[in-house]
Write a protein that binds this ligand. Structure first.
Ligand code: GLU
Length: 595
């Protein structure tokens, strides 16, 4: 297995060149495109970085810098995250913004708080939202770009709540850097250019076409100074009135009109839905991760995200399996065990995971899915060959009346990690779902298509309900996995990490955690490790990163292997005795900034 840091310089240069060529003529993606997230762009070489006191890792250098400036001004980690989110909405519009939702974990020195800013389904929907008149699921891409896909945005309201509880600097100060960038413009990056250029839908929306393309419909070139005065104006309202500026008044009216007047499948979202949005505070989901060196406590986001449970199951199963049959990380035997663990985790995810306000946890507690006794029972299903099927388990032996959800595409997100000088830490994963969401631009920002994270099919053939079916006021199941890790003995913060990448987020995050906590790698080396994973179907290996013998070895064990681009966007900060180490994903354009 190759790590980016042990690839010699010339080889890396060739790899970069090959990727650049590949990006100017994107190859048609195989089936796996259906579960892959935003398209790949060029590799950017990353060096991580070391900081004495405080740091911010985010998907764009301007966002990381804005966060670091807030920390320098005495801000709390939450203040920095708020500033970063607003800047990302300007400079990385494909991934997150005012029209989307987010999950935020905050460590305040004592407790981990989980703030849920997930989009919610409007009051007017029912479980047939994504079924056509013939009762069959709509084509996925038709649903994504429709008014029906738009959930009530929650990121700004959630950040406002977290800021009220933890923030030190005035809210308006945190919106300023984004207002400046939207007013004065920023240079279009290679990644933004690639995504604009390749997007099949964004040009057909008049306001988006005017903002992101020239008169001939060509994406603005790399380096073009992109100004977004409408977004600057919206941000000024948010600076003055907070989230209310989005949920009430003229911007709320414009959102409702855009959804209800959508030329293709209008939705029902109205001003009352927007006014009624409430961010939720949940209990973070924490579980132990003992390693030979140290016992960790891994804290992630509970349902409606499936992220923490699936990551925890994979790491727990992997550990239990390799205790009895040791395998070197990256070897065929290890990759086989990883893939089998992942398939078992995704089977549980498909059956049980959904909005906890609508669907009770199995055996009365989401922790039942992570209980050591349950994982010991599940690990027995991992044998020397790939199983033909991966059944869901029954924690506490409780029967379920639910039907499993079929795997659907998910794409388009950003991750932010912050640690401030007082040791407060943030892991924020934020999304508008697909790249550029529904491609509907309102008041300078794009509306999410998060409702396509619900199951299109509400029932199976026997009429058993799918836990993650559409219901009014419900939050769609997510894969986002913002994670904070602690030393289980001292309680001290160890690291903050997370990634975009649709359902593959689970694998990217598991890889980074395994790399840092089990293999002892630096954040950058762990992020650079080759990506792999499965959501229940083929085993996906990151193109160009595995030896041919590895793929054939896995095929010989019964795996269906596909080599595809796997564009993670991991960010990580790790606390060390000498300070902080950071890492950002070379597959996107992130950066780590700090002091
Ligand atoms: N919509 C996905 C989720 O909430 C994330 C999409 C992505 O990361 O690309 O889990």
């Amino acid at each position: 297995m190759q790590t980016l840091s042990n690839i010699p310089g010339l080889l890396l240069a060739n790899l970069l060149a090959a990727l650049l060529v590949a990006c100017s003529h994107p190859p048609p993606l195989p089936d796996a495109a259906a579960i892959a997230p935003e398209a790949p762009s060029a590799l950017t070489q990353q060096h991580g970085g070391r900081f004495d006191r405080q740091a911010v890792a985010a998907a764009h250098p301007l966002a990381a810098e804005a966060g670091a400036a807030v920390l320098r001004a005495g801000g709390h980690a939450v203040d920095a995250a708020v500033a970063v989110q607003f800047v990302l909405g300007v400079v990385e519009p494909q991934s997150s913004g005012l029209g989307g939702g987010a999950f935020l974990l905050v460590h305040d020195g004592r407790t981990v708080h989980a703030y849920d800013g997930r989009e919610t389904a409007p009051r007017g929907v029912d479980e047939r939202l994504f079924l056509g008149p013939d009762g069959r699921p709509l084509p996925f891409d038709v649903a994504v770009t429709s008014g029906r896909a738009v959930g009530v945005p929650g990121a700004v309201a959630m950040l406002e709540l977290a800021h009220r509880r933890h923030g030190r600097l005035p809210w308006a100060r945190l919106v300023e850097p984004a207002i400046r960038l939207a007013d004065e413009g920023f240079a279009v990056t290679p990644r933004l250019h690639t995504l604009l250029d390749q997007d099949p839908h964004l040009r057909s929306h008049p306001a988006a076409r005017q903002l992101y393309y020239d008169a001939q419909g060509q994406a603005w070139p790399v380096g073009h100074r992109l100004r977004n005065p409408a977004l600057a104006d919206t941000l000024r309202h948010i600076a003055r009135d907070g989230a209310r500026a989005l949920h009430e008044g003229h911007i709320a009216t414009a959102i409702a009109q855009a959804v209800q007047g959508h030329p293709q499948l209008p939705g029902t979202l109205d001003e009352q839905d927007l006014r009624g949005y409430q961010p939720r505070v949940r209990a973070a989901l924490c579980h132990p991760l003992p390693t030979p060196e140290r016992r960790y406590r891994v804290c992630g986001f509970p349902p409606p995200s499936s992220g923490a449970i699936a990551v925890g199951q994979i790491l727990g199963l992997l550990q239990a399996a390799t205790e009895t049959t040791p395998a070197h990380p990256g070897s065929v035997a290890w990759l086989h065990t990883y893939a089998e663990a992942a398939r078992l985790a995704f089977a549980d995810r498909a059956l049980y995971l959904a909005d906890p306000d609508f669907v009770p946890p199995p055996a009365g507690d989401w922790h039942s899915l992570l209980a050591p006794a349950y994982l010991r029972e599940r690990v027995r299903l991992i044998g020397p060959h790939a199983r033909p099927d991966a059944p869901a388990g029954r924690p506490g032996s409780t029967p379920t009346a639910l039907a499993p959800m079929a795997e659907q595409p998910e794409r388009g997100t950003s991750h932010v990690s912050v640690v401030d000088a007082d040791g407060h830490a943030v892991a924020l994963t934020t999304t508008i779902e697909s790249a550029f969401g529904t491609r509907t631009l309102v008041a300078g920002f794009l509306l999410n298509n998060q409702l396509t994270d619900f199951s299109f099919l509400p029932h199976d053939r026997q009429g058993r309900p799918v836990a993650n079916r559409v219901e009014p006021g419900k939050r769609p199941r997510s894969s986002m996995a913002p994670t904070l890790v602690f030393d289980d003995t001292t309680g001290e913060l160890v690291l903050s990490t997370g990634s975009p990448g649709g359902a593959m987020i689970i694998h990217y995050t598991a890889k980074a955690l395994h790399g840092m906590l089990v293999q002892g790698l630096t954040p950058q080396a762990a992020i650079d490790l080759p990506n792999l994973g499965t959501t229940g179907g083929p085993l996906l290996l990151e193109q160009g990163r595995f030896a041919p013998a590895t793929a054939s070895g896995l095929r010989a064990l019964g795996h269906t292997v596909q080599e595809v681009p796997l564009t993670s966007g991991l960010q990580a900060l790790r606390r060390q005795p000498h300070g902080l180490e950071g890492g950002a994903d070379p597959r996107r354009e992130g950066a780590v900034a700090g002091d």
